[in-house]
Design a protein around this ligand. Structure first.
Ligand code: FES
Ligand code: FE2
Length: 381
């Protein structure tokens, strides 16, 4: 069942919300750690959740993400190397496996053998990862993931039928301020110059009525937020409108489906009843006020090569242009989200309530987490 939340009519009550909502806290979720293509044989230095981390690949090529500074005397493992499927510290060459356990401490000379009894504290904190859709994902908030990654087969099993376009930019604001933007219909007109006659945002609370696949597993874990826009527009979209109309494109009826989890979502763009593209979007929470915003567009290849090319160029350009307008605003946003709200903010406030529920489900506070304690005693072999 869907509930219209922002119809264009007068007399709607203003939503009640407090300015002290925890907009700076991070929800338990999957997030993008890095593009998969940037992680090869060498360790890569990362900062996520305000923490210095390192990413590397184990013997099977699986991505490992662990705290960057060695539990021994604190050297950066990002300056180390992968040896026998373990990461080797550049300082005393201790090695850690893909679970973070220290598995090798060399001796200090040819006549001094490796230490066989390795201290229990010789352990690096590691995170759950998954490599899908061209990204390496990291789970934040609890030891084990509480819900699966969203389905986006267009960049995986069905990849050969789609033309993909990826894009990312960093903004100086919190994760939530980036994520909630898509549920703000008013800025589509005021900031992105969409020539809309009306835009109605609907929030969907029943995944069984969702027309695209992929909502079920998220919904069953209470981690799905479904919404859609119905927009009537009186000429083609925004800043590339002139180009679009020259190319003979006409977009009067626009429907946008938003199938979200706390850390991102899948957006489907439908123009005049036809799906134009799907887009996977998520974020990299680098620090409390530093967030990288990622998107992967998937345009279906059809027999109409000319119209495919036009859609790819026009929608790619248009969405990139709006993305950059958003980034410029994000970088000056106040994290607490303002002092008052209007009925047009109802979509943002409903997403905030959903997101905040997942903030409260975090059981590990990585933002304030300490590294492993120093070893209390030497162990001898
Ligand atoms: S600091 Fe890493 S092995 Fe000593
Ligand atoms: Fe926007």
């Amino acid at each position: 069942m869907s509930k219209p939340v922002a119809p264009v009519q007068e007399q709607a009550a203003e939503p009640k919300a407090k300015s002290s909502e925890p907009t700076a806290k991070l929800a338990a979720s999957w997030y993008i750690a890095l593009r998969a293509s940037t992680l090869g044989k060498k360790p890569v230095e990362l900062k996520l959740f305000g923490q210095p981390l390192v990413a590397w690949r184990d013997q099977a090529g699986r991505p490992v993400i662990m705290e960057r500074h060695c539990a021994h005397l604190g050297a950066s493992l990002a300056d180390g190397k992968v040896v026998d499927g373990c990461i080797q510290c550049p300082f005393h060459q201790f090695r850690y496996d893909n679970t973070g356990k220290c598995v090798h401490i060399p001796g200090n000379g040819t006549s001094v053998p490796p230490l066989l009894q390795i201290p229990a504290a010789a352990q690096q904190t590691t995170y759950v990862t998954a490599e899908r859709y061209g990204y390496i994902w990291i789970w934040y908030g609890s030891r084990a993931p509480m819900f699966p990654l969203p389905e986006f087969p267009y960049a995986e099993s069905e990849k050969s039928s789609y033309r993909l376009l990826t894009f990312a930019r960093t903004a100086k604001t919190t994760a939530l301020r980036v994520l909630e933007n898509v549920f703000d219909p008013q800025h589509a007109v005021s900031l992105h110059s969409m020539p809309a006659v009306s835009i109605v945002l609907n929030v969907h609370d029943d995944w069984r009525e969702w027309p695209e696949h992929g909502a079920e597993a998220l919904a069953q874990a209470d981690a799905w937020f479904g919404a859609s826009y119905d927009a009537h527009i009186d000429s083609y979209l925004g800043s590339v409108g002139a180009l679009a109309s020259k190319l003979g494109l006409d977009a009067r009826e626009m429907r946008v489906r938003l199938s979200y989890f706390p850390g991102g979502g899948v957006i489907t763009m439908i123009i005049n009843g036809e799906i134009i593209f799907r887009m996977l979007t998520s974020i990299t929470p680098i620090d409390v006020h530093e967030t990288e915003w990622h998107t992967t567009f998937a345009f279906k290849k059809t027999a109409k090569i000319w119209s495919d090319a036009v859609n790819f160029v026009v929608f790619g350009l248009q969405t990139k242009a709006t993305f950059l307008q958003d980034i410029a605003i994000f970088s000056t946003l106040k994290a607490d989200g303002g002092r008052f709200f209007t009925r047009y903010d109802e979509g943002v406030l409903k997403f905030r309530a959903f997101y905040t529920k997942w903030v409260h489900k975090t059981t590990l506070d990585h933002l304030n987490r300490r590294s492993a304690e120093p070893a209390s005693a030497f162990a001898r072999s």
